[in-house]
Design a binder for this molecule. Structure first.
Ligand code: 9MR
Length: 348
């Protein structure tokens, strides 16, 4: 760690060390992702596993040091806050928000309308379209209302488009028809007129059928005056399949032409285990390119990782044999991808 810190200190003289520290170096970082990102005016975020936040002191310390935005990984999802009809529980989400506020961080709300992590009372019942509309409207009003004024940006709808560019066949589409997307944005806006409202999806960072379909959906919503303000590019990437940075940049530009912000909302870059130095260097390039692209796009307003340490990540469970997708390793040591992000932020 120390050698990294001093390498960074020579490379990135962002913070002037006091004379005493120069005379006798100590182990405090002279720059961090959070400091470097602040100088570039780009919020830098990580998703938060609320159990790790409670139980792992290293985890909390690195979060505070390195990030300025937190996305609750699971604690604001439908099944977490609304596990029973008409009963809401905001305890877990409130804890993340309190932690963030204590450390002068923002919270990115995640997620109001998604097809996963829905409770059985909702998905196993028979609903008329009218009744289901009432349920979803009340859910959005209650959740956004609870955090009104304290959460400035919400993922309102996630993953409504499938990999072929069609509307994804979900519980929401079946119950409400395609209009559920516009309705969700309208209700979220009514619940907090100042919140930035985001459509969030994966596999649509660059060009292609899915990204084109999302663009058309956004175009339609904007033309109709539906209050959508940004697109979240999740950026769940793999070292073996990387989007072309020029295409990502072009996608950001066409969304800007619709008056939309873009956010990198869930970035990780998985690799096939075992880890090797070469794979870590390849991974660092993917992070570097994405940060560079975001910094070069005037409408790219945030850069969030899905986790930050390989100690806690969804990848090994969902893709056995893959992992090591984040910028700190399991020992909480920075990886080449961490250094790459700092270098890009410092203009190197
Ligand atoms: O990281 C989340 C994991 O802990 C959950 O088990 C999983 C449930 O499907 O959701 C993961 O987060 C997802 C996010 O909410 C939406 N985009 C894809 C993310 C990775 O699956």
């Amino acid at each position: 760690m120390r050698s990294l810190i001093y390498a960074l200190a020579t490379l990135v003289p962002l913070v002037v060390a006091p004379a005493a520290a120069q005379a006798e170096p100590v182990g405090e970082p002279l720059t961090t992702l959070r400091m470097a990102a602040q100088l570039r005016n780009i919020p830098i975020g990580a998703s938060v596993d609320e159990n790790a936040l409670r139980d792992d002191a290293d985890y909390a310390a690195v979060l505070v040091r390195e990030f300025s935005v937190l996305t609750p990984e699971n604690s604001m999802k439908f099944d977490a806050v609304h596990a029973r009809p008409f009963r809401y529980s905001f305890d877990a989400g409130d804890k993340v928000l309190a932690f963030a506020e204590e450390h002068r961080m923002e919270v990115h709300g995640h997620v109001l309308v998604w097809h996963e992590q829905l409770p059985n009372w909702l998905t196993k019942a028979q609903w008329t379209p009218e009744k289901l509309r009432t349920v979803l409207r009340e859910h959005i009003y209650r959740v956004v209302g609870h955090y009104r004024g304290r959460i400035k940006a919400w993922d309102v709808v996630s993953e409504a488009i499938d990999d072929n560019g069609e509307m994804r066949k979900t519980f929401w589409l079946e119950g409400l028809g395609p209009e559920y997307v516009a309705l969700a944005f309208q209700w979220a806006h009514e619940a907090d007129p100042n919140a930035q409202l985001i459509y969030n999806d994966y596999g649509a960072e660059g060009g292609g059928r899915k990204s084109d379909a999302i663009f058309r959906l956004m175009q339609d919503l904007r033309t109709r005056g539906v209050p959508v303000h940004g697109v979240g590019l999740q950026a769940h990437l793999s070292v073996d399949e990387v989007p072309n940075p020029q295409e990502v940049r072009a996608n950001m530009e066409r969304l800007q032409a619709l008056g939309l912000m873009v956010y990198i909302t869930e970035m990780d870059v998985s690799l096939k285990l075992p880890v090797t130095p070469t794979k870590l260097d390849e991974q660092a390039l993917v992070y570097r390119d994405m940060m560079n692209t975001c910094l070069s796009a005037p409408n790219c307003k945030g850069f969030t990782l899905w986790g930050f340490t390989d100690r806690y990540s969804w990848i090994p469970e969902f893709f056995p044999g893959r992992g090591a997708a984040l910028v700190f390793d399991e020992q909480m040591q920075p990886k080449p991808s961490y250094r790459a992000l700092i270098e890009v932020l410092a203009g190197h």
